[in-house]
Design a protein around this ligand. Structure first.
Ligand code: TIU
Length: 221
């Protein structure tokens, strides 16, 4: 079985059962005028990982291995958005409000779409999810079954919110999880660091972490 050099120990994987999961690389989180910016965050931190995420995706495509994308977004009538999620805090715009990229975090609006640099190609699954985790209220589990996926490599944003939540959900469901440390980012450097440490702690209690180079080398790229 091929292996990827990782922390706290190497990640053995079968290319036939391994998929890349790219979390929420959406305009709403990465570009100015979106949901992330409305919360007062510096979105340029997230823009810095785009070329690395792009390289990772291209490596999976070249190896003919599945790439699955997620998007955090809600139905236009907000029926899948808990009131508190919209009401809490003091953002400049709330979920569903009209912004420069359409209504914030609403399915089908330009802001909810994945940024051009890492756009899905024909045949790749895109999971629209109302929560932070990709398993909650989605077809994600069924799609993974269809791909016979047992090993999941994670990239995307933000590390401690949607990436970590999905990784924890996957870990509990028996998937072997690996986070590409340089292909994920947070608005808060210390939260990213803490998340990586949490994942790796106690013998890899949530999974393993590594770099994009190590993954691409193992894929033969
Ligand atoms: N706000 C924040 O850091 N993230 C989210 O709300 N969603 C994701 O992480 N995708």
């Amino acid at each position: 079985m091929p292996t990827i050099s990782a922390r706290p120990c190497n990640f053995d994987f079968d290319p036939q059962t391994t998929a890349l999961v790219v979390i929420d690389m959406q305009r709403d989180f990465i570009e100015q005028g979106g949901f992330g910016a409305s919360l007062g965050n510096d979105v340029t931190r997230l823009q810095a990982i785009v070329p690395t995420v792009q390289r990772l995706i291209e490596g999976f495509r070249a190896a003919d291995m599945p790439v699955i994308h997620t998007r955090e977004c809600h139905l236009p009538d907000l029926s899948d958005c808990p009131d508190f999620k919209r009401d809490r805090g003091n953002p400049s715009l709330r979920i569903g409000d009209q912004g420069p990229m359409g209504r914030l975090l609403i399915r089908g609006e330009p802001g909810a779409d994945i940024i051009d640099a890492v756009k899905p190609i024909a045949g790749e699954n895109v999971i629209d999810k109302p929560g932070k985790g990709a398993f909650y209220a989605t077809d994600f589990a069924r799609i993974l079954q269809r791909h016979h996926s047992q090993h999941l490599v994670f990239a995307g944003v933000t590390t401690e919110v949607c990436v970590q939540t999905t990784m924890r959900e996957a870990n509990d469901r028996g998937y072997h999880c690996l986070l590409a440390r340089d292909a994920t980012e947070s608005y808060f450097a210390e939260f990213k660091q803490a998340t990586i440490e949490m994942i790796e702690a106690q013998g890899g209690i949530v999974g393993f972490t590594t770099t994009t180079d190590q993954i691409l080398e193992a894929l033969g790229g």
